[in-house]
Ligand binder design. Structure first.
Ligand code: TMP
Length: 206
């Protein structure tokens, strides 16, 4: 098989600390890392992100299709070339977010989501995915305490956040080799240590 880089994704409910942890892991892994996010990561995909957040009344299907469009551009323009150049790509959210948000939260058929994910990514899968797991009420409280900017989805009812969590745990059960659930109720240092340990295990098993 052709040599390629490593593709790592971070997932979790709002306020789980994934952006901070992705940053810490990137720092720990050194200069060969490319950090990116979804929806977004390229100029076109960032414009779709703005539309995604700005659109009150948007339906789950429209969300899914916008995200898939942003993803297709992101994979072609940034992720795939970086992996070909042997980089470690760390992406804040990816395909499992569509299962959790548009599937579990939005009620869209999971098979359709998987097909669309497959089309948008040309079949590219993360090598390793971290789900930073915690009860959503703790995540929301953390966001309120830290005065983080809140988006349209952050402000949805608790029930919707619970469904997202359920969706992520389903993704982890469906693909336990790739998706690792990390207890995000721990201190940031303990979460970072768990992530590094999982990463080492992954490297040794490659
Ligand atoms: P974040 O940058 O705070 O993680 O926000 C991204 C938002 O986009 C988050 O609320 C989840 C949402 N999202 C989806 O609904 N589906 C997806 O496939 C992705 C990647 C993100």
């Amino acid at each position: 098989m052709a040599q390629r880089g490593i593709f790592i994704t971070f997932e979790g409910v709002e306020g789980a600390g994934k952006t901070t942890q992705a940053e810490r892991l990137a720092d720990a892994l050194g200069p060969n890392v490319v950090r990116t996010r979804e929806p977004g990561g390229t100029p076109i995909s960032e414009r779709i992100r703005d539309l995604f957040f700005a659109s009150e009344g948007i339906t789950p299907m429209t969300e899914l299709l916008l995200i898939a469009a942003a993803r297709a551009q992101h994979v072609d323009e940034l992720i795939h070339p970086a992996l070909k150049a042997n980089k470690i790509v760390i992406c804040d959210r990816f395909i499992d977010a569509s299962v959790a948000y548009q599937g579990y939260r939005g009620g869209i058929d999971l098979e359709l989501i998987q097909q669309l994910n497959h089309t948008a990514t040309s079949g590219l899968m993360p090598d390793l995915t971290f789900v930073l797991d915690l009860p959503p009420e703790i995540g929301i409280q953390r966001q309120q305490d830290s005065a983080t900017d809140r988006n349209r989805l952050d402000n949805e009812p608790l029930e919707s956040h619970r469904k997202v969590r359920e969706g992520y745990l389903f993704a982890a059960r469906s693909d336990p080799h790739r998706v690792k659930v990390i207890d995000a109720t721990q201190s940031p240092d303990a979460v970072h240590a768990d992530l590094l340990a999982e990463y080492q295990r992954f490297i040794l098993s490659r």
